[in-house]
Design a protein. Structure first.
Length: 133
């Protein structure tokens, strides 16, 4: 019980913190990229994702990372992470989000994306995605 009171005292006069403002979707420039290994909540490997490092007009002195894209497939709008996978020929799978982004930007490889201007959109959680259509 003593512990409970201590917790209450610690929190009873704390005010609500400020919302961390999400950056607005605007045109960005891809300036680099990195990969990240993604694990699920149980710590199981989910695969490797590409994170694009972009210069955003409202964010000074640092790049923001975008690892998802919104694109169209079969006339439907889809959102997906930029997962790094290879098909049986050792190439990027044709229907992958990354392949869709490369086709949309008319680039042949990830490396060629550097220097490309792209528009962004926000998903339901406010995170930016590359707008690939």
């Amino acid at each position: 019980e003593k512990m409970e009171n201590k917790t209450l005292e610690e929190f009873e006069n704390i005010k609500v913190g400020e919302d961390k403002p999400q950056v607005d979707p605007k045109e960005v420039v891809i300036v680099g990229y990195k990969t990240e290994d993604v694990k699920d909540k149980q710590g199981k490997d989910m695969g490797r994702k590409l994170s694009l490092l972009v210069d955003h007009p409202d964010v000074k002195n640092k790049q923001i990372e975008i690892s998802g894209v919104e694109y169209t497939q079969n006339k439907k709008i889809k959102q997906s992470g930029l997962w790094l996978k290879k098909n049986s020929d050792g190439k990027l799978p044709f229907n992958s989000a990354l392949a869709n982004l490369l086709r949309f930007t008319k680039k042949g490889t990830i490396k060629e994306l550097v220097g490309t201007k792209v528009n962004t959109t926000a998903n339901d959680n406010g995170y930016l995605l590359i707008k690939g259509y």
